[in-house]
Design a protein around this ligand. Structure first.
Ligand code: ADP
Ligand code: MG
Length: 691
């Protein structure tokens, strides 16, 4: 027998010739180890043999008996049928195979055999077509007499062959599958070692054994991920070369004193958390989570001002130009009176403007940069950047976020990431597990929840009547045009048509238009006019989705609402309900599916972003919800980040405790763990590991 390991190519395995190897190779199954990752779709309990006389048509059963006859018939050229009769004393069953001549020689009359499959009845004859089969005497009990794994068919590779192949692999690598979870942890938590867990996932001794194997492998998966996240987190916490910001001075105090409102307790709490991080020599790596309208901007302003007052610079990056411009406007309003000088950097601003901003930032006389991706381009140089804020964090990929840090004055500047996407706790552990979390869990006082109605397009005129009355009372409104997927140009054209329609429906009101094809200056002109109440109604594509803040606007109409996702609708709705007036969201849509109806219905029932996120998660599933792939976080096979929340917490605790004891994972026996992190994080963490 050739010795082999998990890395042995499949073609060296018993029974795998070039054809089967190619079939497997097409599916990325190249080695013995890859084979083990083909999981059974289910296990069939073939421990109990049913008396043949009691078999029912259509049911799946397993019987044991003696071969009483073997026949081969050729009803027409090219079709050879093998019939094997099996008797158990109660009745006779015929196993039937088509064009499988080897069956004739596999069975011998008089041999004890096991057949398992779906029962059929033809006149008085009981039959199974292509059943699983096994010799009952002196076999290893692979295909019957146990919980039998049922594999998916891979092309011409039959489930039965797969079963033999995987059993063969398991037999030969027994004990050689590396354990990534340290033995001490495994023993304490009652988990199986890797070899026996993989063995039982395929060939469990019992249902309990299968459950335990699954749990062990799920733990392993989650553990590896949490160790990886722990390494990332530790990078932040262990570095003491972070920039130290000064305690609040006169600027910070004046800022708080002169705010037009008093902070909510939640805002005060998160500002304190952020300031503590900024004053410490460890770099900050904090996620600020707060629902739409919870007041994150003022928190960012306080942090940016602290950087300025400490003699450094701060930057805030937003995913869209409109949002960047709005931050620019808001931060100027909040901070310019304190003498802070702020630059705006967007992709499409005029050249002189841009050059002036660049010069000011590199010379240091501009203290805060507000911008889009333009901030992270080459040629943007800060004199002494110490704080990088990203707004609407979930819109940026891992790499884009990192790039702003690279512009920093030291190796490790402070990072504050803000998001309005309320992440259920379970997922926060997964996706942002390396960051510290601050949550604004209350809205500023006096906010009235936005009343939401869902209308069909036939009721549109009622919606217009409603808008007319609100505008007449001095309020302002948004109308969001339906999502057009073809192109921005088509979308812009459609938005223009909506303006005409609304002008017709609402004569005498001042109507503006905002879409993605407009130049930034145009966009900012329209936004400024709307903010200054020179426009009553703003027709817009989803460019207003994030962050836009005009408190006097109290109605938002969303056309084609059924075509938007839940999170997006919640964001859009967040444009209203920002001032003292009662606010309304009118969803207009004729959903074609149950799921679409469900989405619109949820929005009419709650304005709580958290509940909406959980519902969204339930509808879409975790991978899609946050695009875990995009975050560079491995996906799970055995664990379910929602259902296995407790397991996740355990794994996190164990992972962090291990890193406390052994920060580089250099201890004995940890090579498999290091290797697993390397492969599963796809290189993202390589620089943190001693190779
Ligand atoms: P978001 O968290 O969605 O970014 P913003 O920062 O845009 O929210 O704040 C929404 C609105 O609430 C803004 O008009 C802001 O001035 C106002 N606001 C923020 N904090 C408070 C507060 N403590 N009291 C009253 N209004 C506030
Ligand atoms: Mg915001």
């Amino acid at each position: 027998m050739r010795t082999f390991s998990l890395d042995s190519p499949v073609q060296y395995l018993k029974g795998v010739g070039p054809a089967r190897a190619a079939e497997l190779g097409r599916r990325g199954i190249l080695t013995a180890g890859h084979l083990l990752r083909i999981l059974p779709r289910r296990h069939e309990d073939r421990t109990v043999f049913k008396p043949i006389a009691l078999l029912e048509k259509g049911a799946v059963g397993t019987v044991q008996g003696r071969v009483s006859a073997i026949q081969e018939v050729t009803p027409r050229p090219g079709l050879r049928i093998t019939r094997v009769s099996v008797t158990d004393g109660t009745a006779t069953l015929v196993g039937v195979w088509f064009n499988r001549p080897q069956m004739k020689t596999f069975f011998k009359v008089g041999a004890r055999v096991i057949l398992s499959g779906k029962v059929d009845r033809f006149s008085r004859e009981l039959r199974m077509a292509n059943p699983d089969y096994e010799l009952a005497d002196g076999t290893d009990g692979l295909h019957a007499g146990r919980l039998v794994p049922i594999y998916p068919s891979l092309g011409r590779i039959q489930p039965r062959f797969m079963r033999s192949l995987i059993s063969y692999v398991l037999e030969h690598v027994a004990g050689a599958i590396p354990d990534t979870v340290p033995e001490e942890i495994r023993r304490r938590l009652g988990l199986k070692d890797a070899s026996s867990a993989w063995g039982s996932i395929h060939f469990p001794a019992s249902h309990d054994d299968l459950t335990r194997a699954r749990k062990s492998l799920a733990f392993e998966e989650v553990f590896v991920m949490q160790v990886g996240l722990g390494l990332l987190r530790q990078r932040t916490h262990r570095t003491s070369g972070g920039l130290v910001h000064r305690p609040d001075g006169p600027l910070g105090r004046r800022f708080l004193a002169e705010l037009p409102f008093s902070l909510t307790p939640a805002q005060e709490r998160v500002i304190a958390e952020i300031k503590r991080d900024m004053e410490s020599p460890h770099p900050m790596n904090r996620l600020l989570q707060g629902d739409v309208g919870s007041g994150k901007t003022v928190v960012a302003a306080a942090a940016l001002l602290k950087a300025v007052e400490s003699g450094y610079q701060g930057a805030i990056m937003a995913p869209t130009e409109i949002l960047a411009e709005q931050h620019y406007y808001n931060l100027r309003r909040l901070l310019a009176p304190l003498g802070v000088r702020i630059a705006l950097l967007t992709g499409s601003q005029r050249r002189e403007e841009r050059e002036q901003a660049l010069f000011g930032l590199s010379a240091g006389n501009l203290q805060i940069a507000v911008g889009t991706h333009a901030l992270i381009q080459e040629g943007v140089v800060f004199r002494a950047l110490s704080l990088a804020v990203t707004d609407e964090q979930h819109r940026f990929g891992v790499r884009q976020r990192g790039l702003l840090q690279v512009k920093g004055a030291g190796e490790a500047i402070d990072v504050l990431a803000m998001t309005a996407t309320p992440i259920p706790r379970t997922l926060a552990l997964t996706v942002y597990g390396e960051m510290d979390l601050s949550v604004i869990d209350e809205l500023p006082p006096g906010r009235k929840p936005v009343t939401t109605y869902w209308l069909t397009s036939r009721d549109r005129r009622r919606a217009y009547g409603f808008i007319r009355r609100q505008l007449a009372e001095g309020r302002q409104a948004y109308v969001v045009c339906p999502l057009v997927e073809e192109s921005e140009a088509v979308e812009a054209a459609s938005a223009t048509e909506w303006v005409e329609r609304l002008k017709h429906a609402l004569p005498g009101f001042r109507i503006g238009l905002l879409h993605g094809r407009m130049r930034p200056a145009e966009k900012e002109g329209v936004m400024a006019a709307f903010r200054g109440h020179e426009l009553d109604l703003l027709v817009s594509t989803t460019v207003i989705e994030v962050g836009v803040d005009v408190p006097n606007a109290n109605v938002i109409v969303i056309e084609g609402a059924d075509r938007f996702g839940l999170a997006q609708l919640h964001q859009l709705r967040g444009r209203v309900g920002r001032g003292e007036h009662s606010s309304y969201c009118l969803l207009i849509g004729d959903p074609q599916s149950e799921e679409g109806r469900k989405r619109l219905d949820i929005l009419t029932r709650t304005t709580d972003g958290f509940i909406i996120a959980e519902e969204d998660l339930a509808i879409r599933g975790p991978g899609d919800f946050l695009g875990t792939k995009q975050h560079g976080v491995p996906e799970f096979v055995f664990a379910d980040p929602i259902r296995d929340y407790r397991l996740m917490e355990y794994a996190r605790r164990e992972a962090f405790a291990l890193l406390d004891r052994d920060p580089d994972l250099s201890g004995p026996g940890l090579e498999p763990l290091r290797e697993a992190i390397r492969t599963r994080f796809d290189g993202l963490l390589n620089d943190l590991l001693i190779m």
